[in-house]
Design a protein around this ligand. Sequence first.
Ligand code: PMT
Length: 214
Amino acid sequence: NFNKDLVGKKILVTAGPTIESIDPVRYLTNHSSGKMGYKIAAMAEKRGADVVLISGPTHLDKPKNVKVIDVISTKDMYEQVLKYFDESDILIKSAAPSDYRPVRYSDSKLKKSNEDLEIKFVRNPDILKKCGEIKKEQKIIGFAAESNDLEKYALEKLKKKNLDMIVANDISKKESGFKSDNNKVILFKNNGSKVEYPLMRKEDLANIILDNIN
Ligand code: PMT
C-alpha cells in the first residue's frame, strides 16, 4: 500500500560496485553489494516512478518493473548514465564506481615471476561530476562513502559536483554502509540543511531519500 507520489517521475538510479579488469583472471573492485541502490530503485517504483537502474555486478534479484541495465566498468556506467540522464528527472548515484582502472588490460594472463609486481592505475571519469556540469532541470542526489571526516568530505562533494543533495555515509562501522541491510547517514542539501538519521534498514532509508527530493 504505497503512496503513489512519484507517478510521472523518471528516476535514474545507479547501484553496486564496478569491476576494472587487469587480465582475464584478476580485477580491481570494492565492497559494494548494490543493496542500497536496489532498495532505492524498488521503492521508487512502488511509489509510481518510471525507474531505470544501472547496476554494476551484484548478486541481487532484479527489482520488479524496473528497467535494469547491467554494466561492468566505470566507463560502461558512465556511458549508460549519460545515455539516460537527459530524459531523467532525478539521478540518484548510490553506486560505488571505481575511481581508477589499470592503465592497460592484458589479453593474456600475467605470468608471475620472482619479482614484485607494480600495476599503474589511471583515473576513471567522474560520472556524478559530469552530470552536475550538464544538468538542466534534473535533481541530482550523490552519495559520499567516507571512513573519516564525513561531513567535510560530503560537503566538498555536494559543492564540487553541483548536487542538490548528498547522502553522507559513514563506512567505518560494520553495521552500516557496504553489504549491510542497514545504513546510517546524514543528508545535506544544497540549501544548507543537515539532518542526521539513526541506523535503519536500507529500505526505510530509501524512502527517506525519496521523501527529501523536492
Ligand atoms: O552497495 P551497498 O553494499 O548497499 O553499500 C552502499 C554504499 C556504501 C555503496 C552506498 O551507500 C554509498 O555510499 N555509495 C557511494 C559510494 C562511493 O563511491 O562514494 P564516493 O564518495 O567514492 O563517491 C561520491 C559520489 O560520486 C557517489 O555518488 C558515486 O556514485 C559518485 N562517483 C564516484 C566515482 C566516479 N568515478 N563516478 C561517480 O559518479
